[in-house]
Design a protein around this ligand. Structure first.
Ligand SMILES: [Mg+2]
Length: 266
């Protein structure tokens, strides 16, 4: 990726570019167009580096990528021989101890995804065997089963004292260091690439995307089948975020094409 790109498309994957069956086909044409225009598409996801490496290969992306909800950023050196890595967070082991301590405080058993058996993970995620192995390759965050809303609020209130954040995704919640979220990761990547003037076009669908959408220059909320996520409604109502006109890859493609066409008119 060239360091002097004027725009980066920074996108969540699950629920945003991908639907619940992990399909991105309605956006493929737009991804080709962005590649031709040399506009990087940077995944920014709760997925692991193993999962995103696989996704990039499948979809012909070559730029950097942000994983585990902003806890780490990876990219390839020019000659593609090896990867560089920026770490923002705490280790999985450290976070797992904190999760169990929070469980005791809220009197609710918060179950890490990695503690489930493969059948349970398949039921939750629909992932194949290899897909599950890639998803379990966690280094810097702990995904856990979504607790009921009232427990989630209790966790949010006490997590500051542990220097951690919790975010709610579509299928699960995530515990990570308070030093790391998607917005901080994009900022770190800008500094690393020596491109602080780049304009960020961000796309997301859930509460874990809020720090990214708040950080970006142009922020697009991708709705689900039943409309936008409740945590993102304030931003839409206040006019800070735009709402895509269709769910998942279709809304993603329409919104990105609209923005690119606006740039062409400038
Ligand atoms: Mg999502």
């Amino acid at each position: 990726m060239k360091n002097n790109s004027k725009y980066w498309i920074v996108t969540d994957l699950d629920g945003t570019l991908m639907d619940e069956n992990y399909d991105i086909s309605p956006a493929k044409k737009t991804l080709h167009m962005l590649a031709e225009l040399n506009i990087p598409v940077i995944p920014c996801t709760s997925k692991t580096a193993s999962e995103v490496r696989y996704f990039r290969e499948e979809n012909g992306l070559s730029g950097p990528f942000i994983v585990e909800n902003g806890a780490a950023v990876y990219g390839c050196y020019e000659n593609n021989s090896s990867e560089w890595e920026l770490i923002l967070g705490k280790s999985y082991t450290e976070l797992k101890i904190i999760l169990s301590s929070i469980s005791k405080k809220v009197s609710y058993n918060l179950t890490p995804l990695n503690d489930l058996n493969k059948k349970q993970i398949y039921e939750l995620t629909g992932l194949s065997d290899q897909g599950i192995n890639r998803a379990l390759d966690r280094q810097w965050s702990v995904p856990f089963l979504n607790p009921p809303d009232e427990i989630f609020y209790k966790i949010k209130l006490i997590c500051e004292s542990y220097n951690v954040h919790v975010f709610k995704g579509n299928r699960m919640s995530h515990l990570l260091s308070s030093e790391s979220h998607k917005g901080q990761a994009v900022n770190k990547l800008k500094l690393h690439m020596h491109n602080e003037d780049v304009k960020i076009i961000a796309l997301g669908d859930s509460q874990n995307d809020l720090p990214l959408l708040e950080y970006a220059d142009i922020s697009i909320v991708i709705p689900g089948k039943y409309g936008p996520n409740k945590y993102l409604k304030n931003g839409i109502d206040s006019g800070s975020f735009r709402l895509a006109n269709a769910p998942h890859a279709e809304g993603w493609a329409n919104s990105v094409e609209d923005i690119i066409n606006d740039f062409k008119d400038l």
